[in-house]
Design a protein around this ligand. Structure first.
Ligand code: HEM
Length: 334
């Protein structure tokens, strides 16, 4: 049901934009006002989440480790999976954010074929499609910069060139359009066809997938089917970024307003959703803190400064006689 409701919400959003901007001609609302509101909600929501997380104290040294901690010289240390310096933690983060390394090493629970036994298998497909999804998303966003810049930066042209290098069809196909479509469908199918994942999936999991699917499909509709007037759209987008918004004289196909409305919904939804992992990953103590638990003292910022540390030596001084009387071993006799 969660998947069905999420799908219906996205259909309703499409209907709202279609009727509003197409039928009722409310193009100022859908082309200018809603985008400004969406960007404002996104920026304020994103920054306030980051502010809240970065100002939360970290009570313990709690990095997630996946290998041997640095200890005695003859014990082999695993520097990437158990970094003990800031540089090591940064390197681990670079591999995490750039290559999703922990997802690559991830395993999933699986019933073995030979009898009712539980075992583990690799989750490599999730890693692959997650990576494909995020990189195609990034390239699509970079390409979109041509709508918001004049002159268009060099790297945007390069991204367009390489993304359409196969030269299929007119207008020429961007490979990332197909890749992102397949990747989102895979991520959805995984939730529907894997019973364990389905059991724990909520609307908060399905809704972003349907929303992204809607954005990608409406984008492709614009480019490959409706063949929208990109010059008129650019007049609108440049007007928005230069704070001189105008609705162009030349008509813009309704698919653009649907695309834009779905994107605006994503922007508004983003700071309150699991998609905030984009910012949160950089503030996660289990990832960004080096493992110093045996090498340096970690002072809990919540500690009451009036409560002084009480060492074992001081404890023994307090209770030595009673300990000797009870037959307990002591470090110092007197
Ligand atoms: C989350 C953000 C967005 C995503 C994921 C996205 C995705 C896509 C995709 C997959 C396409 C198909 C063609 C292509 O890849 O270029 C597309 C096309 C398009 N998008 Fe977006 N889009 C986003 C935001 C926007 C925004 C904010 C605007 C404008 C205000 C916009 C305007 C357009 C236009 C005009 C096209 C047609 C381009 C053409 O005909 O070459 N998109 N979008």
């Amino acid at each position: 049901m969660a998947a069905f409701y999420s799908f219906m919400i996205v259909l309703i959003l499409i209907g709202i934009a279609w009727v509003g901007a197409g039928g009722a001609q409310l193009q100022t609302l859908f082309g200018i006002i809603v985008p400004y509101v969406a960007v404002a909600v996104f920026v304020v929501g994103f920054l306030s989440k980051i502010w809240k997380w970065s100002s939360s104290p970290i009570p313990f040294c709690i990095p997630t480790t996946g290998g041997q901690q640095k200890s005695l010289p003859w014990i082999k240390w695993s520097p990437l999976d158990n970094p003990c310096t800031k540089g090591g933690a940064v390197l681990r983060m670079v591999l995490e954010v750039g290559l999703f390394r922990s997802l690559f090493r991830n395993t999933k629970l699986k019933l073995q074929k030979d009898g009712p036994k539980v075992g583990y298998s690799s989750a490599i497909w999730l890693w692959l499609f997650a990576l494909l999804f995020h990189y195609s998303f990034l390239i699509i966003l970079v390409r979109h910069l041509r709508l918001f810049t004049a002159p268009v930066p060099f790297f945007v042209g390069q991204a367009e060139f390489f993304d359409s290098i196969l030269q299929i069809g007119v207008p020429v196909l961007y490979q990332t359009d197909l890749v992102i479509l397949v990747a989102v469908l895979f991520l959805f199918a995984r939730r529907v066809f894997d019973d364990k994942v389905k059991y724990i999936s909520l609307m908060a999991d399905y809704f972003p997938l349907f929303l992204l699917l809607g954005i990608v499909c409406s984008g492709m509709w614009m480019r490959y089917i409706a063949k929208v007037d990109v010059m008129a759209i650019k007049q609108l987008t440049i007007g928005i970024v230069t704070f001189h918004p105008v609705i162009p004289q030349d008509p813009i196909h309704v698919s653009f307003f649907i695309h834009l409305f779905l994107v605006c919904t994503l922007f508004i939804y983003f700071p309150f959703s699991k998609l905030m992992h984009m910012g949160g990953v950089f503030l996660s103590p289990t990832r960004v803190v080096p493992n110093m638990s045996r090498r340096a003292m970690w002072v809990n910022p919540w500690n009451d400064p009036s409560v002084k540390p009480h060492s074992y030596a001081a404890y023994e001084d307090d209770f030595r006689e009673k300990m000797i009387e009870a037959g307990l071993p002591v470090d110092k006799k007197a």
